[in-house]
Design a binder for this molecule. Structure first.
Ligand SMILES: [Zn+2]
Length: 135
């Protein structure tokens, strides 16, 4: 099976501030992060697509008991990207102790953050972040 965007290509995109996904040529869904096949219809007929990096916050949780190496509290959120897919990331410009249901529906912009290799992941990895647009 051919990967139109490999994990390394996706990571290089994040390093450059680009959010690389795929558009399904069969059902026109946008897949993000990239996968081998469309999550909606299973087609492997996919075209690389650069996403806008904008979305709407749909759900979140405040982590108060963190895994080794992480410093709580912090906010893990899911945002519905303007192109359709939902993505997981940390909400970075909000005090976790002030987080409440008023966050749901807020506009966010995507960013990325380098996580150094640790007990659970041997390699340094770029991960997604969200920032409130009006904060
Ligand atoms: Zn599809």
């Amino acid at each position: 099976m051919e990967y139109k965007i490999t994990f390394n290509h996706y990571q290089q995109g994040l390093e450059q501030g680009k959010f690389l996904g795929l558009t399904c040529n069969a059902c026109h869904s946008v897949i993000f992060p990239p996968a081998a096949v469309c999550r909606e219809c299973g087609s492997s007929d996919l075209t690389p697509t650069e996403l806008s990096g904008r979305g709407t916050l749909r759900t979140f949780t405040v982590v108060r008991v963190a895994p080794e190496g992480k410093k709580p509290p912090y906010i893990v959120a899911m945002a519905e990207l303007d192109e359709g897919p939902w993505a997981l990331g940390n909400l970075i410009n909000m005090n976790p102790d002030a987080a409440d249901m008023g966050l749901i529906g807020k506009r966010v912009s995507l960013g990325r953050h380098m996580v150094k290799g640790d007990t659970y992941a041997s390699d340094d990895t770029w991960v997604l972040t969200f920032a409130l647009k009006d904060a």
